[in-house]
Write a protein that binds this ligand. Structure first.
Ligand code: GLY
Length: 389
C-alpha cells in the first residue's frame, strides 16, 4: 500500500499497517510539517465537546481510549516516549459570562454522561496555584489527558524507518494511477516515479481533495488556520495541569509538557515547554504568525496564568487544520476501489490518529471499522447518483 501524507495520521496508519504485515510506502516531502507541527496534543473529547456534536464526542472518546495501548506499543517498539501524560484538564472561566457558559457546558456533559465536575475557584487554585486571582468559575475533566505530537510523530517515523517492508520517501504524491476498471493501483510522485500498490490511503490533511479531482469521490476538506505558541517556562511559572479557559468569550488553552522539556540556553531540567493555543481562522495555509494572533493568545493566557509573563517565547507556529462540513473526519474506503481516506481531522488529528489507523487497517483488510467510526465514513459526502460509478 501507499500512504500519501506523513503527518501524525498518515504515519500512524502506515505504522499500524506495517505491523499488520502490509508492505507500506509513505510519500511526504516534509513529514510532520503540517497541522501536526502546530498541535498541542490535547486528548480532550470532553473539553472540546460542542452542542449538537454527539457523534464527534463518541468518536473522540474512542480516540482517547485507543491512546494508551498505541503509546505503549510505540514506546516498546522504539524506546521513545510519546509523552502521554494522565494530566486531566482544568476548565476555567474568567468573568461571569464565561462562568455562565461553563455551567451550560457542564450541563451538556451531564446530559451526555461525560465525566466532568464543577470546582470552586479556590479549589481550582489549590490544584493549580499559578492560576490568577480573577476566576469566576472552574471545572475538572479527569480523563482529558495530553500526548506530545512531535515526540509521537518522531517515534512513528523511526519505527517506520526500522521496519522491513516499510519505506518513507521524501516526495509528494502528485497523481493517482488507475487501471482499466477505474481502481486506484498506485501513485506517481513529484520526481515522476511510480509507486504501484493494492491500495492508496490519502492522509494529506487539508490538501486531501487535490489528488481526487475527476474521481467520483467527494472530499470536502478546507483549511482552517490555527496559530500556537511555544514557551520555555521555569518551575515558578509553568503550570502543571492542562488549563483550558474562556476569557470574555474567547477560548484559550495552555498545555504544559513534563519537566525537562524546556528549550533554549536558560532551560534547566525543571523547565517545561508550554504550548498556548489556538486561533481558528477560515483561510489558507499561510505559515506566518500574525501580530494580532500572538497578542490575543498571550493576552488571554496571561489573564488566566499571569506568571507566563516571565516565560520565554521560543516559537510561533501557524498551520492549517483540515476541516470538514460536519466537523467529522473522512476515514475508510471510498467508492473508488483501492482508494481510502484518512483526512479531515480538523482539531483532533492527534486524538484520533490511533483509532483512525485501526479503522483504516480494518478497511484495508475488508473488516468493519470500530463502531464509533461509522460517522466518519467518507462516502457520506458522495452524492448518491455517482455512488458505485
Ligand atoms: N485541538 C486543538 C486545536 O485544534 O486547536
Amino acid at each position: 500500500m501507499v500512504v500519501v501524507g506523513a503527518g501524525i495520521v498518515g504515519a500512524a496508519v502506515a505504522w499500524r499497517a506495517a505491523r499488520a504485515g502490509l508492505r507500506v510506502t509513505v510519500l511526504d516531502p516534509s513529514p510532520g510539517d503540517g497541522a501536526t507541527r502546530a498541535a498541542a496534543g490535547m486528548l480532550a473529547p470532553v473539553s472540546e465537546t460542542w452542542f449538537g456534536e454527539q457523534a464527534a464526542v463518541r468518536l473522540g472518546l474512542a480516540g482517547r481510549d485507543a491512546w494508551p495501548a498505541f503509546a505503549a506499543e510505540l514506546a516498546a517498539e522504539t524506546g521513545a516516549d510519546p509523552g502521554l501524560r494522565p494530566t486531566g484538564t482544568l476548565l476555567v472561566a474568567y468573568d461571569a459570562d464565561d462562568a455562565a457558559h461553563l455551567r451550560r457546558w457542564l450541563d451538556l456533559h451531564a446530559s451526555w454522561s461525560l465525566e466532568s465536575a464543577a470546582l470552586a475557584p479556590a479549589e481550582a487554585r489549590r490544584r493549580e496555584p499559578l492560576l490568577g486571582p480573577r476566576l469566576a468559575g472552574a471545572a475538572w475533566v479527569p480523563g482529558d489527558d495530553v500526548a506530545d505530537p512531535r515526540a509521537t510523530h518522531a517515534a512513528l517515523l523511526a519505527a517506520l524507518r526500522e521496519r522491513r517492508g516499510a519505506a518513507v520517501v521524501p516526495r509528494a504524491g502528485v497523481r493517482l494511477l488507475r487501471d482499466a476498471r477505474g481502481a486506484v493501483v498506485g501513485v506517481v510522485d513529484d520526481a515522476g516515479e511510480t509507486h504501484r500498490a493494492g491500495a492508496v490511503v490519502l492522509a494529506t490533511g487539508w490538501r486531501a481533495a487535490e489528488l481526487v479531482a475527476g474521481l467520483p469521490v467527494a472530499v470536502p476538506v478546507r483549511p482552517v488556520r490555527g496559530q500556537t505558541l511555544r514557551l520555555d517556562a521555569g518551575p515558578d511559572v509553568a503550570p502543571s495541569h492542562v488549563v483550558r479557559g474562556t476569557v470574555q468569550g474567547r477560548p484559550v488553552y495552555v498545555v504544559p509538557r513534563g519537566p525537562g522539556t524546556g528549550r533554549g540556553p536558560g532551560a534547566t531540567p525543571e523547565h517545561r515547554e508550554v504550548v498556548v493555543g489556538a486561533t481558528s481562522e477560515e483561510g489558507p495555509d499561510d505559515r506566518r504568525a500574525t501580530a494580532g494572533g500572538v497578542f490575543a493568545l498571550l493576552r488571554d493566557a496571561r489573564a488566566l496564568l499571569p506568571g507566563l509573563d516571565e516565560a520565554a517565547l521560543v516559537e510561533t507556529t501557524a498551520r492549517a487544520r483540515p476541516a470538514t462540513p460536519d466537523n467529522l473526519p473522512l476515514v475508510g474506503p471510498t467508492d473508488v476501489p483501492g482508494l481510502h481516506l484518512a483526512a479531515g481531522h480538523h482539531r483532533n488529528g492527534v486524538l484520533l490518529a490511533p483509532v483512525t489507523a485501526d479503522a483504516v487497517v480494518a478497511g484495508l483488510e475488508g473488516d468493519d471499522p470500530p463502531a464509533a467510526l461509522a460517522a466518519a465514513d467518507p462516502r457520506r459526502f458522495t452524492p448518491t447518483p455517482v455512488r458505485g460509478a
